[in-house]
Design a protein around this ligand. Structure first.
Ligand SMILES: Cc1cc2nc3c(=O)[nH]c(=O)nc-3n(C[C@H](O)[C@H](O)[C@H](O)COP(=O)(O)O)c2cc1C
Length: 221
């Protein structure tokens, strides 16, 4: 059943001019909220955007991509650069029943605490976490009979772009300084009049991406 949803999902870039019901958006958000993360750190926040002016502003940030302004809703995936700090991460570890000495041990270990390896590692690990939430959302959107598309081509802290512009968008969205947008999910009803679905799903073959025991040894002999 889940594999069926995964097989049928494709990126939708043409949407009907029809608002998606709140309940459907909520279930997509729930799929993201319940996704797994590094030691359950959940260093994310999701902003739902349904206002036309805001969608247009965000479309500009995404190199003018049309589906960003035309989708019924946008879900902005935010990463929290303080997500691995004692304030946030430490609180979650406590909720998970860890003792103070266990928490101290975790914070002193660079494998367990991404924060010890510096800002770049934090960014990498944040991208890793938010990707799980985002992929769960795409499957739930498919499950709800909706189309969606992950949008990563944008000006942000990872790709660069005009710093003043990035700052302006943060101000418009009232983002706390430690948050940045890692990706946007466009969500809406597929426009059936427009060629949305690709004729073939272009993917590497099973044998090209799967090995058994040793790299290059076929799983299916
Ligand atoms: C991290 C990421 C960033 C992406 N950025 C964009 C984007 O900026 N614009 C867009 O139209 N599609 C974007 N895509 C969608 C991919 O182009 C698409 O998933 C890929 O071509 C495979 O096609 P499919 O999703 O239809 O199976 C992105 C996908 C991912 C996972």
């Amino acid at each position: 059943m889940v594999l069926d949803l995964i097989e049928k999902r494709f990126s939708v870039r043409n949407y009907k001019d029809k608002k998606v019901e709140d309940e459907k958006i909520k279930s997509i958000l729930e799929a993201g909220r319940l996704a797994p993360s590094w030691m359950n750190s959940q260093p994310w926040h999701f902003i739902v955007v349904d206002k036309k002016e805001k969608k247009e502003m965000l479309s500009k940030m995404c190199m003018g991509q049309k589906h960003v302004s035309e989708a019924s809703h946008l879900i902005l995936m935010l990463a929290n650069t303080s997500g691995f700090s004692r304030l946030h991460f430490g609180k979650i570890l406590k909720e998970r029943g860890k003792s103070q000495s266990e928490i101290d041990m975790i914070f002193e270990n660079q494998i367990l605490n991404p924060g010890l390896l510096g800002d770049n590692t934090i960014l990498i690990r944040l991208m890793e976490q938010t990707t799980y939430a985002l992929s769960y959302m795409t499957i739930e959107a498919q499950n709800q009979g909706l189309g969606c598309c992950v949008v990563g081509a944008m000006s942000n802290e990872l790709t660069g772009g005009e710093p003043q512009y990035i700052q302006k968008i943060k101000e418009e969205l009232n983002l706390p300084p430690q948050y940045f947008i890692t990706a946007i999910l466009t969500v809406g009803y597929k426009n059936d009049n427009v060629m949305n679905e690709p004729k073939v799903k272009i993917r590497k073959s099973f044998d090209e991406v799967v090995s058994l025991n040793n790299f290059g040894e076929k799983f299916n002999n």
